[in-house]
Unconditional design. Structure first.
Length: 205
């Protein structure tokens, strides 16, 4: 198992704002479903936005920049990712990692789940201007399983952001999906995100 650090970044809505720049700056892969490559979510498979359709960037090799909050520092250089944006304050990200074997993938997925479970506490300890609250929304029975988490961050200067995360695995492939926008837990599209997560895991191979 590769050794990975566990730091976090305060970048929930910043990731959505920087998505267009990031998509233009990093070279894309060829067709993601070809030659055994995991397939990524299509825009229509993301939680629906009330006022805007989703747009998808290219499937891109390497770690996303900026890194996603909570799990970003654990992602290896072999990651492959795709960003999604709306016309408003909502963004999404899918990152997929193919490990050497299923045992290593299981260990990596467990590491990501641990980071997500600890994320609210870690953020609050790292930054006195941030109050973070996490929720666990349970396991989905899809392939080797997927787990869904929520994170609300409130800043002393007034910002309030809500994010949903999931970690799922199919064999030796692990995928992470993030959805984020301004708001709180009342704005979290949990049911839709669970459907998106199940779709993402089923599409891995």
């Amino acid at each position: 198992m590769r050794i990975r650090t566990r730091g976090t970044r305060l970048a929930v809505t910043a990731a959505a704002a920087a998505a267009a720049v990031a998509m233009a700056a990093v070279p894309a892969l060829a067709a993601p479903s070809a030659a055994g490559q995991p397939r990524f979510l299509r825009p229509a498979e993301l939680p629906p936005h009330a006022s805007s359709g989703w747009s998808a960037g290219p499937v891109t090799a390497g770690q996303p920049d900026p890194l996603p909050i909570c799990v970003g520092d654990a992602l290896p250089s072999t990651s492959v990712h795709r960003r999604y944006t709306t016309e408003y304050d909502t963004g999404a990200l899918q990152v997929t990692v193919v490990e050497r074997d299923a045992a290593r993938a299981e260990q990596f997925a467990a590491l990501l789940r641990e980071d997500l479970a600890d994320c609210a506490r870690t953020l609050t300890e790292q930054d006195p201007d941030v109050t973070a609250t996490g929720k666990y929304y349970g396991r989905l029975d899809v392939e080797e399983g997927a787990h869904v988490y929520g994170l609300h961050t409130a800043h002393t200067w007034g910002a309030s952001d809500i994010a949903l995360f999931s970690v799922g695995r199919d064999g030796r492939t692990v995928t992470v999906v993030q959805w984020a926008q301004m708001g709180d837990f009342a704005h979290a599209q949990v049911a839709d995100f669970r459907t998106t997560t199940a779709t993402a895991v089923r599409k891995l191979y």
